[in-house]
Design a protein. Sequence first.
Length: 190
Amino acid sequence: MRLSPLTFFVASLVATPAVSDEFTGAIQDFYEREITAWANAQVLVDAVNAQNVQTAGYDMARIDALDKAWRAEVGLADTPTISPVIENVAADFLRQQVASSGGQITEIFVMDAQGLNVAASDVTSDFWQGDEAKHSETFGAGGNGFHISDIELDDSTQRYQGQVSFTLVDPVTGTPIGAVTVGIDAESLL
């Protein structure tokens, strides 16, 4: 794969702490300007609440088995574990947000209380996010949980991106119910 000059430039810059801090600020600004308007959409809250009912009793063995099945299905035609996550009303809503971003958003996925994907704009590399900062530092931190990743080449999108993740709170109960991760194209922030 040949990198464009701009992609090479971004990749070399993000290795320096000062530039990484600049990107963090740009991602924070993007979140406040573009994401907060739809971040707590009812379609997402409803989907997470419904899945939380189903997965509340899952133990680690069941979660591991689901994650293993997901990973094995990536790239295949038959995807019984993946399809319910990318073929639902909430996933359609997420794809609308990606499309309306003009290329700035690379992916969006929503997780339940366990860290399992509920809806995704596209296939993620794994099903369980519960062992990653995007879930542990958001849902795991409570209603105000917030995490901004480093800029990295993302395996699933093949683009340099940063991710902003935040706790999804049920507006009726005020209870944290899951988390949302939004991938933001690093080049669009320059």
